[in-house]
Design a protein around this ligand. Structure first.
Ligand code: AHM
Ligand code: MG
Length: 337
């Protein structure tokens, strides 16, 4: 085994060098994003001290307003990305409309969509949360980007990833050439390559879903979850259940161990809860690049034609065979024996 230490910057530069004609813009863009993630990590890791230093919404000892962490994360990503000249427009979960690049800075050829801090219900209880991002090439010719640049189907993504703030902080991303994971070393302030070319098992033995919604699920989903709980040695059933309640953390476990993560539609929320543009599309790109599969129950998530920035979509993502079986149940092609 090589003990060479590879920083994310070096990895990105070398990846770009392998593609002749690359302008270097993409490396610049990812470099700026990692800076935002480091700043968010710093704040997330002292979130527990908020009780001592001041609650969100109150003033801290310096007399500054203490911001809610998700608002803070939203601002940090925007500020890290607004001036590099790589982007023409951004959009985030925290803002209803697209985010323009300030007039004083140049615009570039990429589009960034992001969820600044996913897993908001876990922020105050020291459970994993993360930032998710999705990158497209612009479709409008020049100047400020528009909604049209943002509303592209997921298969057109040129990059996607997430930072996971947990027992250690990780950055996982793809540019369509496999999925790579980097672990943050706080002592040197760098993300170091720790998981090169992540691939998922074809079938797993863990399912992840908010079972509190059982009552509202459609029949197919109810039957599928019952199927996972049945005993059958040949298919490793019953599966184990794991649900963190931060998609980015549940997806990360699914990526590493296989199995399935779902947030289905139900009678109360026909399109589920999760957002297509900055939650489901980026994680679907990653899952597919790791040989997994991501579906809304009927079709590939990445093929969905978006209609609005904040639209929701049901999601079934994980090991290829698990997602295929889930689709069969959802579509009524399969039932319990
Ligand atoms: P958020 O963007 O407000 O954090 O909501 C998204 C989160 C996901 O991370 C997670 O998968 C889901 O909401 C959990 O929802 P629920 O509490 O309904 O299970
Ligand atoms: Mg979210």
């Amino acid at each position: 085994m090589s003990n060479k230490v590879i920083t994310i910057e070096r990895f990105i530069i070398e990846e770009e060098r392998a593609h002749p004609g690359a302008s270097g813009d993409f490396s610049g863009l990812l470099r700026d994003l990692t800076l935002a993630f480091k700043i968010i990590w710093r704040e997330v890791s002292k979130a527990g001290l908020v009780n001592i230093l001041g609650m969100a919404g109150t003033e801290n000892i310096h007399g500054d307003q203490v911001k809610k962490l998700d608002v803070f994360a939203d601002e940090k990503i925007y500020q890290a990305m607004d001036h590099g000249g790589y982007l023409c427009v951004m959009a985030s979960e925290e803002n209803e409309d697209v985010l323009q690049i300030p007039e004083k800075y140049p615009t570039g050829k990429y589009v960034l969509l992001y969820d600044p801090l996913d897993g908001s219900s876990n922020i105050d209880v020291n459970v994993n949360i993360g930032s998710i991002f999705s990158i497209y090439r612009r479709v409008t010719p020049k100047g400020q980007g528009t909604l049209e640049d943002c509303l592209q189907p997921g298969y057109k993504q040129v990059g996607a990833g997430y930072a996971l703030y947990g027992s250690s902080t990780m950055l996982v991303y793809t540019t369509g050439d496999g999925v790579h994971g980097f672990t943050f070393d706080p002592s040197i302030g760098e993300f170091l390559l720790s998981h090169e070319n992540i691939k998922m098992p074809k079938r797993g033995k863990i399912y992840s879903v908010n079972e509190g919604n059982y009552r509202y699920w459609f029949d197919g989903v109810k039957k599928y979850v019952k199927y996972l709980q049945e005993e059958d040695e040949a298919t490793n059933r019953p599966y184990s259940g794991r649900y963190i309640g931060s998609m980015v953390a549940d997806i990360h476990r699914t990526l590493m161990y296989g199995g399935i993560f779902m947030y289905p539609g139900d009678t109360k929320h026909p399109n589920g809860k999760l957002r297509l543009m900055y939650e489901c599309n980026p994680v679907s790109f990653i899952i597919e690049q790791a040989s997994g599969k991501a579906s809304n129950g009927e079709k590939r998530i990445l093929d969905i034609k978006p209609e609005s920035l904040h639209q929701r979509v049901p999601i079934f993502a994980g090991s290829e065979e698990d997602v295929t079986i889930a689709e069969e149940f959802v579509q009524g092609k399969r039932g319990l024996d």
